[in-house]
Design a protein around this ligand. Structure first.
Ligand SMILES: [Cu+2]
Length: 491
């Protein structure tokens, strides 16, 4: 799925073994989890890796999933679950098995699976031994259930079933936000793809701003409105979605089109969104092999060969908050959701947290190469930075020099883009002290630098003269010694 990158070990609390190609390991010590028999234990699992989904199981123990990303879910009993980068899951186990040692297994979902282990060690078991247990065998009469598969199905001969995240239910009374009026509902399609080798969102490679977007919003750039971003193009800019305060934002997150590949765990800062629905690609239900992307989404253009930069619903009646089959009653909440290849997820949140929040794939390589964007929430409600809060920017900053020559104007409560057109002047964050970084300071520093160079040059000239004098002295001395030697040889 993520070729050509391979895992060497999956560390569990910092410990793991390295397996070579013949399956031999290096004997490194493993993490122990000591438990008492007859007790219920809660495990909190965090995927702090950077790429592969990992399947977690414990030999001879069923896992009861009870929470994800800090939100309780109605319990689901499973043989295992799959966790992707950035996700968190809580599960419980009952220590109801004979006293002994049991493998805790973590297996990557790679073309060539890599595994790692820890030990569930009952008190009273032989602490000098590692487990001899085996994993549950899934059979037609005793199938295995896996939570959060990054695909629709396992091959039929594995006798393994999937529960997708959108099939889970919130454990608390927390229905999805409903827009009070049509104009407060905003739906955005965001396609996470690797188009022509470039990780991007809607074909836009995110350029990290060179200034803090929260405290210097009008210096963020380059903005996307001045770039050649379109349906079948790739561009690079500081990509943002601007939200009005208290609007209900519905994101349709897709992994489709010509850049559809892998699966992308999408993480949103500042909010926990409600997972209302997911639509998976079509698969061969016997082999589990991918066939085509979900037909609910219209990528426009050439379909699955399109860049999918401006996707919409295939059925236009779904527009305007009319998608059928949404769980608005008890949807699970999350802040990181995996979007498998060819699939989509509908998530929703109420934009009531003013700030500048990143939305990005949690696979480090994808994020750092451009699969990121900003949710700019309630711009007019962003607090001013503290007085004398440090500023930073590239030099020279013509923007700031221009602003210093103008009168400050009051701010507005209207939502605004991260960076706007030059005629909009919001200068409450620009203080006169900023001139320390201005032109006069530059020339002062330049003068000091020239003086230092001159002093250094004079010093070097003097040093060379002294060296020349020293060499001359040495030469005369050598000649004298040679002459004496000649005299000696004549004797
Ligand atoms: Cu990704």
């Amino acid at each position: 799925m993520f070729l050509p990158f391979y895992v060497s070990s999956v560390l569990i609390n910092g410990r793991a073994r390295f397996y070579n190609e013949t399956g031999q390991h290096n004997g490194a010590p493993l993490s122990d989890f000591p438990v008492e028999a007859g007790v219920t234990y809660r495990f909190r699992v965090i995927h702090v890796g950077v790429m592969y989904p990992i399947r977690i199981s414990i030999d001879q123990h069923m896992l009861t999933l009870v929470a994800s990303d800090g939100h309780d879910i109605q319990p689901v009993v499973a043989e295992s679950f799959i966790i992707t980068a950035g996700e968190r899951y809580d599960f419980e186990i009952s220590t109801d098995q004979p006293i002994g040692n049991y493998w805790i297994r973590a297996e990557t979902l790679e073309e060539i699976m890599h595994k790692s282990e820890a030990v569930l060690r009952y008190n009273g078991a032989d602490a000098s031994q590692y487990p001899l247990t085996t994993r549950k065998t899934c059979t037609p009469n005793d199938r295995c259930l896996v939570v959060n598969c990054p695909f629709a199905t396992y091959p039929a001969d594995t006798y393994t079933d999937c529960v997708q995240f959108n099939e889970l239910k919130s454990a608390v009374n927390d229905p999805a936000p409903e827009p009070p009026s049509p104009d407060t509902f905003k739906e955005h399609f965001t396609n996470f793809g690797i188009v022509i080798g470039r990780p991007s969102v809607n074909g836009i490679v995110f350029k990290m701003p060179t200034v803090p977007a929260l405290t210097q919003p009008f210096e963020v750039g380059p903005t996307c409105d001045k770039n050649d971003c379109g349906e079948e193009t790739i561009c690079a800019c500081t990509h943002s979605i601007n939200t009005n305060h208290n609007d209900v934002i519905q994101l349709v997150m897709t992994n489709m089109g010509i850049g559809g590949l892998n699966s992308h765990p999408i993480h949103l800062h500042g909010y926990s969104f409600y997972v209302l629905k997911m639509g998976f690609a079509t698969y061969n239900m016997t082999t589990g092999k991918y066939i085509s992307q979900n037909p609910d989404i219209d990528c426009r253009g050439n379909g699955d060969q399109s860049f999918c930069n401006h996707a919409t619903w295939s059925n236009s009646t779904w527009l305007g908050n009319n998608v059928p089959g949404l769980n608005l009653v008890n949807p699970p909440r999350k802040d990181t959701l995996n979007i498998p290849h060819g699939s989509y997820a509908i998530v929703r949140f109420k934009a009531n947290n003013p700030g500048v929040w990143m939305l990005h794939c949690h696979i480090q390589l994808h994020m750092s190469l451009g699969m990121s964007m900003i949710i700019n929430s309630s711009y007019g409600m962003h607090p001013d930075p503290p007085k004398a809060f440090p500023v930073c920017h590239s030099f020279p900053s013509t923007y700031r020099e221009d602003l210093l020559d103008q009168q400050p104007q009051s701010t507005t409560t209207e939502p605004r883009p991260i960076a706007s057109s030059p005629e909009v002047k919001i200068v409450t964050q620009i203080v006169k002290e900023d001139d320390v970084y201005g032109t006069s300071s530059f020339w002062a520093m330049f003068g000091v630098l020239v003086a230092v160079i001159l002093v250094l040059g004079i010093y070097i000239v003097c040093l060379r003269r002294n060296v020349e004098m020293y060499k001359k002295t040495c030469k005369e001395y050598t000649v004298t010694m040679t002459t004496k030697n000649e005299n000696l040889s004549k004797l």
